[in-house]
Design a protein around this ligand. Structure first.
Ligand SMILES: NC(=O)c1ccc[n+]([C@@H]2O[C@H](COP(=O)([O-])OP(=O)(O)OC[C@H]3O[C@@H](n4cnc5c(N)ncnc54)[C@H](OP(=O)(O)O)[C@@H]3O)[C@@H](O)[C@H]2O)c1
Length: 171
């Protein structure tokens, strides 16, 4: 059976394995499909397994390779499990090369008006989970001396908006 490198033949990211968090919808889904289109084997993470299965099916139908690893990107132990599964994935070459730190959620309002009950969950996913993923993947890629980490920021992280100030502070 052909592995990911052989299947990808000639494409820009042939032989590379990419991990995408928040791959079940939006920017993460589109990024996963784009990476697969360029020949990367893609590890898909988000909480909704059925949505990830659908993305994996699209990738497979287009001749690509994907591994579904459902989990919460705001929980350190689930991030560690995601990275371990990526490293153990034979079709991905028992390695990973690219990590897209995309999983995130929004919150409307300012410090005065946003729902404070959401603050902890917002920070857990957008800041703590993202930082843990970057730290763990960064250590591995530094050891290998190659690879890329791409983290999704936002314009509201640079120019604080009165209508999404708390969310902006996480980006
Ligand atoms: N859309 C914009 O205009 C915009 C602008 C600037 C930056 N961004 C950033 O881009 C990223 C993606 O945004 P989007 O607009 O594509 O959002 P989206 O359509 O709401 O999708 C968010 C994705 O993140 C996943 N996710 C959320 N919480 C998660 C968690 N705890 N663990 C694992 N996965 C989680 C969701 O999947 P599940 O629900 O299945 O877990 C979903 O796949 C975010 O980091 C966002 O801050 C977006």
């Amino acid at each position: 059976m052909a592995n990911a490198t052989q299947q990808a033949g000639g494409k820009r990211l042939g032989g590379k394995t990419a991990i995408v968090t928040g791959a079940s919808a939006g920017i993460g889904r589109a990024t996963a499909l784009a990476l697969a289109g360029e020949g990367a084997a893609v590890v898909l993470n988000a909480r909704r397994r059925e949505r990830l299965d659908e993305v994996a099916a699209v990738i497979a139908a287009q001749g690509g390779t994907a591994l579904v690893v459902p989990g919460d990107a705001g929980r350190a132990e689930e991030i560690d499990a995601l990275l371990a599964q990526a490293l153990a994935w034979a079709d991905g070459g028992n390695k990973y090369d690219i990590v897209v730190v995309n999983a995130g959620r929004g919150l409307a309002g300012s410090v005065l008006t946003s729902d404070e009950a959401q603050w902890e969950a917002l920070y857990r996913t957008n800041v703590l989970g993202a930082a843990h993923l970057m730290r763990q993947a960064g250590r591995y890629l530094m050891q290998r001396r190659s690879g890329d980490i791409v983290a999704l920021g936002s314009v509201v992280g640079r120019q604080i908006s009165p209508v999404s100030a708390v969310y902006g502070s996480t980006k």
